[in-house]
Design a protein around this ligand. Structure first.
Ligand code: NAD
Ligand code: ZN
Length: 360
């Protein structure tokens, strides 16, 4: 048995208001007056001085606002990297991502591509990155994806949606300030929160489960139940607990794997551009036969929070389009193997997947 040796985030600050310490954290990491810090910030915060006024820019430091209507693309990473190289006198001192999973993934990918040659699509896969990334910091403003702790950065490329999984991907520093999540719209709170819940269910019921993943997964699942089912927490408690649920859920899958909802949601995202959180919800809602208890609870939470999911999104698809989605879903073999065991191909056929997609 060859046990996996995973890197973790090296430094983390947790606390309401801890975003105020950002400048103090960054100061010793400045490599010189010509080596700027690049702040990638979700454009939802454009004009939000409550947040941006606390980022103090010096020398050639820059804030770049990034749109998050669509999930990050390899082409978007390459454009950002080129722009940063062209406008900087020296290699940046660091890249700081402030936003949800989309911005955190962009920050990780940009920091890798500032030190590695070629295009980011060449690094989609496992352990293809050769050189350490520039110093990178992750500051989540919405909780659930676990992108703040993970060893991957999920990107849609010209021919696949796949992460850059490498030892250089995890953040060097994370700042967990739940106050930054206070204005997340309710639907988005639910979708991204359910990403965390689904990570837990897929990890805890998977064949790759081990004590490391189980302990983190159980802790995150209990927190999700407290937040989304019991409804007894104050707003601040709920925000803090969801931030930690996201962290633990991410830690759980680092050492196991996700499952069927993720495999099928990647198909939806690749073909229809449906984002990760809502896509997972749409798929998971129809997976009773695979995750009976998990789906039952999910439906209770959905009802409790009055969340309406889109329906009939696959009705007008052509056979060719179904094939594309099925190909993407089936290519994620470790996810199926985790969910159903080594013989998963006996139960999961293309016809079966098509029937499932047709219900969505
Ligand atoms: P997101 O980053 O796409 O953001 C969702 C929406 O919430 C956006 O419109 C954004 O502007 C808004 N938002 C974020 N913070 C806000 C705030 N404080 N106030 C108001 N609005 C706010 O959503 P997400 O669900 O966090 O991330 C999804 C992405 O994460 C996908 O691209 C997915 O592939 C990726 N992901 C990565 C990993 C990983 O391990 N790297 C894991 C899961 C998902
Ligand atoms: Zn996920």
């Amino acid at each position: 048995m060859n046990y996996k040796n995973f890197p973790m985030v090296s430094k983390v600050i947790f606390g309401r208001g801890s975003f105020n310490q950002l400048n103090e954290v960054l100061a010793p990491k400045r490599l010189g007056v010509n080596a700027p810090f690049i702040f990638l910030v979700d454009d939802v915060f454009k004009g939000n001085t409550w947040l941006t006024s606390r980022i103090s820019l010096a020398y050639d430091d820059r804030i770049i606002f990034v749109p998050t209507k669509e999930e990050p693309k390899t082409s978007q990473v390459d454009v950002l990297v080129e722009d940063i190289i062209l406008k900087s006198k020296a290699r940046p001192s660091g890249v700081i991502g402030i936003g949800g999973g989309s911005v955190l993934d962009l920050a990780k990918a940009v920091s890798i591509m500032l030190t590695n040659k070629g295009e980011s699509k060449d690094y989609q896969g496992w352990d293809l990155v050769k050189y350490p990334a520039v110093y990178h910091v992750g500051i989540p403003t919405i909780s659930g994806t676990g992108a703040e702790v993970s060893r991957t950065t999920v990107l849609t490329g010209p021919d696949k949606k796949l992460g850059i999984n490498s030892d250089y991907t995890p953040f060097d520093q994370v700042i967990l300030d739940s106050e930054l999540t206070k204005d997340v719209p309710k639907d988005q709170w639910f979708y991204t929160g359910m990403d965390c819940y689904i990570h837990c269910i897929e990890s805890l019921t998977g064949t790759y489960l081990n004590t490391f993943s189980k302990t983190y997964g159980e802790m995150a699942l209990d927190l999700c139940k407290e937040i989304f089912l019991e409804n007894k927490l104050s707003k601040i408690e709920a925000q803090e607990k969801l931030m930690m649920a996201s962290w633990h859920g991410g830690m759980s899958i680092v050492y196991s794997q996700v499952g069927i909802a993720h495999a099928m949601s990647y198909g939806l995202s690749y073909l229809l551009g449906i984002k990760h959180g809502i896509g997972n919800c749409i798929v998971f809602n129809h997976l009773e036969e695979f995750y009976p208890k998990g789906v039952q609870l999910f439906k209770e939470m959905k009802t409790l929070h009055n969340i309406e999911l889109p329906e009939g999104i696959c009705v007008n698809l052509s056979d060719e389009e179904y094939d594309t989605m099925i190909n993407v879903a089936l290519s994620l073999e470790p996810l199926w193997e985790n969910a159903l065991g080594k013989d998963w191909k006996k139960t999961i056929t293309r016809e079966r997947l098509k029937e499932l997609y047709q219900k969505m």
